[in-house]
Write a protein of this length. Structure first.
Length: 189
C-alpha cells in the first residue's frame, strides 16, 4: 500500500522511512518548516521577497517550473551561504506537486500543522504528570490526550479529493517499482 509521509525535514526520519517503506513511500517535507529555516539564515531585508517567491513556487501546478523558480531564487543567495539551505531536500518539498494533487489538497498536505496540533494537545494534557510509572500509563495518557484533541478535529478541507491522492500514490508506486522487480525485469529482457 503506497503512503504519503509528511515530515518536518529531519534527515534521519526521511532515511528511516525510505529504508522501512522503500518504493511505497512518498515523502513531503513541511513547507512551513522549510520557509522558517530559510528565513533564519537570511537578513530581514530579504524575508518578504524570498517568502513571496517560495509561495509562488508552492502554488504552481507544475513541479518542474516550481523547482526552477526555487533554483533561480537560490542562485543569487550563494554568496550569503543560504542557497544550500534552499536547495536541500528540494525533491521532498515538491512531492505533493509532483503527485499532481489539486491545489486545496496540496495546501493541506504540504505541512505538518495537522500533526503538530495533536501533539500540542498531548503535551498540554500530559504536562502535569510528574512521574510516569510505566509505558502503559504513558499510552493511556496519550490516548486520553488524543481523544481530547479529536474534539477539535475538523474535516480536511479537501476530503473529497482523497481518492485523487490514493490514485496519485498508486501511480507513484508503479513508477518506482521495488528493487527486486527491476532486477527481474532486466533479467527477463
Amino acid at each position: 500500500m503506497p503512503r504519503l509521509f509528511i515530515i518536518d525535514g529531519a534527515k534521519a526520519l526521511s532515511k528511516a522511512i525510505r529504508r522501512t517503506f522503500r518504493h511505497t513511500a512518498a515523502i513531503q517535507r513541511c513547507q512551513v518548516h522549510k520557509a522558517r529555516n530559510i528565513m533564519e539564515r537570511l537578513p530581514k531585508s530579504l524575508h518578504a521577497s524570498v517568502r513571496r517567491v517560495l509561495r509562488q513556487a508552492w502554488e504552481l501546478d507544475d513541479a518542474d517550473k516550481a523547482e526552477k523558480l526555487i533554483r533561480n531564487l537560490a542562485h543569487p543567495l550563494e554568496r550569503d551561504g543560504v542557497s544550500s539551505s534552499i536547495l536541500e531536500g528540494i525533491e521532498e518539498i515538491l512531492t505533493v506537486t509532483r503527485l499532481g494533487l489539486p491545489k486545496e489538497l496540496r495546501r493541506s498536505l504540504a505541512c505538518t500543522n495537522i500533526i503538530e496540533n495533536v501533539m500540542g494537545t498531548v503535551r498540554r494534557v500530559c504536562r502535569n504528570v510528574k512521574r510516569w510509572r510505566s509505558a502503559s500509563m504513558a499510552m493511556r495518557w496519550t490516548a486520553a490526550a488524543m481523544q481530547e484533541a479529536a474534539k477539535g478535529f475538523r474535516r480536511l478541507k479537501a476530503h473529497k479529493q482523497l481518492p485523487t491522492l490514493h490514485a496519485a500514490l498508486e501511480a507513484h508506486r508503479s513508477k518506482n517499482p521495488p528493487h527486486g522487480v527491476i532486477a527481474r525485469q532486466a533479467n527477463a529482457a
